[in-house]
Design a protein around this ligand. Sequence first.
Ligand SMILES: [Zn+2]
Ligand SMILES: [Zn+2]
Length: 171
Amino acid sequence: MEKQFPSRLRFNLGFLLEASLGTSRTIELAYPTIQVAADLTLTPLTGAFVVTRTGEGIYVSGLLKSQLEITCVRCLENGHVAASLQIDDLFYYPPATAPEGEFVVGEDGFIDLAPLVRELAILEIPIQPICKPDCRGLCVECGKNLNEGSCDCQQERIDPRLATLRQLLDE
Ligand SMILES: [Zn+2]
Ligand SMILES: [Zn+2]
């Protein structure tokens, strides 16, 4: 077992376990920044989710929003991409009734959203992240970030091609 990171996304839903089936509450989140796991900090984490008492436990449903830090594969600058984390999960109660690998409401009445939020956030990280759709990347010759302006080597490489094109058009 890995050493457990103390979760800051634990919610006491003990009151809901005592309520009648179908009872629900909305919980809003507005963290400017929150460390979700040892390897993941979300800045920010906002949104809302509804917790509903069901016969099997507590159903959690909602939409959280964040910004994920990325390093652009074209220009190597750090940037952000918007991430939506859709939650639709049953937390089983009592915990012993949960199938293998499913989420549970603890005997203490707490649910921990950190593992779920981490899982959803990691799925949202693009495999080839780019800072913006039209990122121009780095010049392969001099390494200049072309988003900040053109470099001289690019001019030299494009001009001959344009000259050839002009020639073709003239013919
Ligand atoms: Zn970029
Ligand atoms: Zn260059």
